[in-house]
Design a protein around this ligand. Sequence first.
Ligand code: SAH
Length: 355
Amino acid sequence: MTPLEAELRRMIAADGPIPVELYMRLCLAHPEHGYYMRRDPFGARGDFTTAPEISQMFGELIGAWAAAVWQQMGAPRTLQLIELGPGRGTLMADALRATRSLAAFRSALSVRLVEVSPMLRQQQEQRLADAGVPVSWHAHMEDLPAGPCVAIANEFVDALAISQLVKDRDGWHARMVGVKDGRLAFAVAPDPLPGPPVAGAAPLGALIEGRQDGPVATLARRIASQGGAALVLDYGHAQSGFGDTLQAVRNHKFADPLVDPGEADLTAQVDFAALARTAERGGARVHGPVTQGAFLHRLGIAQRAARLKQNATPQQAADIEAALARLTAPEQMGELFKALAITHPDLGAPPGFDS
Ligand code: SAH
């Protein structure tokens, strides 16, 4: 039994089943045993691979996107380039390298990384040691100083905890994690939630998810009041719907989310419609979502791949082609992954969203 499971069982024995939302939050970010706190989950030897780890093209195009948005903002003298959940720091390193020759943009920059994991923060420090621009780390969005910003969040929102609600005759009940027959098991809270019914027309047994998207709400309010834009990239659906999307991945395979808590990555699909509502409530404007494939093609990923292939060995050229397909092909990441931009209401559509 993992140390986290032992602790969860003690909590459940003392106070009864815990909400799915708390379960997910503890699995990922328990200060001692949380999944992101103790390990480097990325790459071939890790549990999963993300777009910036697949190819340098991803971070490079996003660097160019950030510089273009800064121009669109009127080239403010100072700009905070924020990244939420920077992982290994690869995206930011590629973005900064790609914009090295843009002197005015570079001199405006201070890079601010929002990261919960001390272990990943160390990796980011190493990765960005010679970034050539000031870089600082923050545990929460709220800790950032004021000012215009361009923010990036790749596969960050999917790791924010979700709650799950199940429809019964007498209303919506929270989905919980308890212990049954000696194992962790899903359960449903006996009493319905108070308050107005959500999604009233849902059939019996329907399941809806809601996300703790506080960091996005904070970001949207900040952009609405101080200017700038954010780019959110993640896997998910464009329209809100019903169904359980909680997913565990371990060693590049799907796993049972209730087995070995703290040892697998837990995520749930991003509901882009819900995220857009959160951003609009904060006073910001939303563009998209567009599919990741369409977004990267509009930013010129095919041309970038062709350029890289000019100086490549046949093996490297094949790798570049494979990475291009993996990032953009509809049956790979091209369609399930989507991009959403959150901007100041006066900014206009950023590159990639101006179809
Ligand atoms: N963007 C990276 C990493 C994605 S994994 C990439 O594309 O490769 C999710 C990242 O978000 C990790 O760095 C994780 O430690 C961080 N994270 C998860 N929840 C967080 C939270 N609530 N606040 C800040 N960072 C968080």
